[in-house]
Design a protein around this ligand. Structure first.
Ligand code: ADP
Ligand code: ASP
Ligand code: MG
Length: 454
């Protein structure tokens, strides 16, 4: 059996959903189809909640969400005799949305829990409608089998429990229906049963959890580009499709910013050795990208792709008499990991160390380090802490980087030659990703210069 995931870009309109229907109905055997909210709907749902919180008019946003779904339900894609009943079910979810917005504005409060309820409606509506569009399909409610728990203020999947719930729920697939439609992104808390989600872009991860639990033959991620590309095609026009990638390369490309797959997605399928294909809903004949456990790149190729995380902060930590650089380095990494903060890069510096984190994590990182160093005595004797915002992390990724020890010098030199200052750089834990921190204003120039080397 196979698992397919269609992102918001693929399920946004009547015409794109026609392609989805065609693609799914032309597969054979049992298939699980994971779907995102209609393109742009998650953003609209959040916008309405923020307007309600600010005491502003949210009715128009709700009407836009309603209109987007109505256009699909009353299109020829849904059989005429199913349209009214389907619209009644969608309307019940829209009524819930109206209640949430009313509650947010009356209470002047928007908790994370409420926002999770609000955004869940996007996938709940899209999956319901898509289950009425595709022949021989039934709706499987992901909130019943994708379970999360709290970890440093985030919801993360509880994989063992999720695995067994998926196996149980899908045991009838192929007998009761050929196609299971499951909403991506949404989940419930294992202890409280509250609605949660896997994070923005998380439908890819839902599909991977299902593929891994059911030991699928393949996980197909259908999106709006011809495959995994050598760079973000919105930034680098010359970016090309990469025919084959190894799991490890794709994992680093995604961890270091390639938006095409949500980063935690690759791990569960990698673990079960299930290939991933990246395919284009709008060009289904294109071969796409296949990701497997093999590494097939020619040894002449320096690396496979460039990626970037544009909003980064570098934290500079200065050593003291009692806390010298090597010990300081370990201490900083320990503190940040204890607080669940991902360090994109860490490097020794003259009289201290530097750690790069996502800008959205910078305030928490500074707070955690400040608290930890408070035990070191007075402000004057504890390590100094400085945050440099306005920087980006640019990475070159490829297993061949291990074969060519001079790659890091070539990459840094290329940026220096282009007049771009490399603030700090390091090779990642995998050994085949080289990351450089550059001024954010030169982020595109840096990517362009490195991309020419592929
Ligand atoms: P979906 O709605 O299908 O989940 P996303 O917007 O999350 O789609 O991901 C697809 C987009 O990722 C593409 O439209 C492309 O602009 C962007 N992207 C960024 N980096 C890459 C890359 N290296 N290869 C392919 N696409 C990329
Ligand atoms: N709808 C969610 C989002 O926009 C999840 C997804 O599309 O994967 O982030
Ligand atoms: Mg996505």
């Amino acid at each position: 059996m196979r698992v397919m995931k269609f992102g918001g870009t693929s399920v946004g309109t009547v015409s794109s959903l026609r392609n989805v229907k065609h693609i799914v109905e032309n597969t054979s055997g049992p298939v699980v189809v994971v779907v995102s909210a209609l393109g742009g709907v998650t953003d609209l749902l959040i916008k309405g909640a923020r307007l309600a919180l600010d005491g502003m008019e949210w009715d128009e946003t709700l009407r836009t969400v309603e209109g987007r779904h109505r256009d699909i339900v009353f299109s020829p894609l849904v059989a005429a005799d199913l349209q009214d009943a389907t619209w009644k079910e969608v309307s019940d979810l829209l009524a819930l949305l109206r209640n949430y917005y009313t509650g947010i504005s009356l209470l002047n409060d928007l908790s994370e829990r409420t926002l999770c309820n609000v955004v869940s409606l996007g996938e709940r509506m899209s999956s319901l409608i898509i289950s009425r569009i595709i022949d021989d399909a039934a709706l499987y409610q992901s909130m019943d089998f994708i379970k999360t728990e709290r970890w440093f203020g985030k919801n993360i999947a509880v994989t063992d429990l999720t695995d067994s719930l998926i196996c149980r729920r899908f045991s009838d697939l192929g007998t009761s229906c050929r196609v299971a439609i499951a909403p991506g992104f949404i989940s419930t808390d294992r202890d409280t049963g509250d609605i949660t989600n896997l994070g923005r872009g998380g439908s890819d991860y839902t599909a991977a959890l299902i593929a891994a639990a059911l030991e699928a033959d393949v996980l197909d991620i259908w999106t709006d580009v011809d495959g995994f590309m050598t760079a973000d095609p919105r930034i680098i026009k010359e970016a090309k499709v990469i025919a084959h990638l190894s799991f490890l390369e794709s994992m680093d490309l995604c961890n270091f910013g390639a938006k095409v797959i949500y980063p935690p997605t690759i791990y569960p399928v990698f673990h079960k050795n299930i290939p991933i294909r990246i395919l284009n809903t709008f060009n289904p004949e294109a071969p796409g990208t296949i990701i497997t456990d093999e590494h097939k790149a020619s040894s002449l190729q320096l690396f496979r792709g460039v990626t970037s995380i544009s909003e980064v902060s570098v934290i500079d930590v200065g050593e003291t008499e009692s806390l010298r650089a090597p010990e300081l380095h370990t201490r900083v990494l320990n503190v940040l990991s204890k607080h669940g903060i991902e360090v994109l890069l860490s490097a020794s510096a003259l009289k201290g160390m530097k750690a790069a984190v996502r800008r959205s994590d910078a305030a928490a990182a500074m707070r955690a380090l400040r608290e930890d160093f408070a035990g070191e005595g007075s402000e004057a004797t504890s390590p100094s802490l400085d945050e440099h915002a306005d920087v980006s992390a640019i990475s070159a990724v490829g297993e061949n980087i291990k074969l060519h020890p001079d790659t890091s010098c070539r990459l840094s030199d290329t940026l220096q030659d282009a007049g771009i200052d490399v603030i700090t750089s390091a090779t990642g834990a995998s050994g085949f990703t080289f990351t450089m921190i550059v001024p954010q204003a030169l982020h595109k120039e840096a990517l362009t210069a490195l991309h020419r080397l592929i």
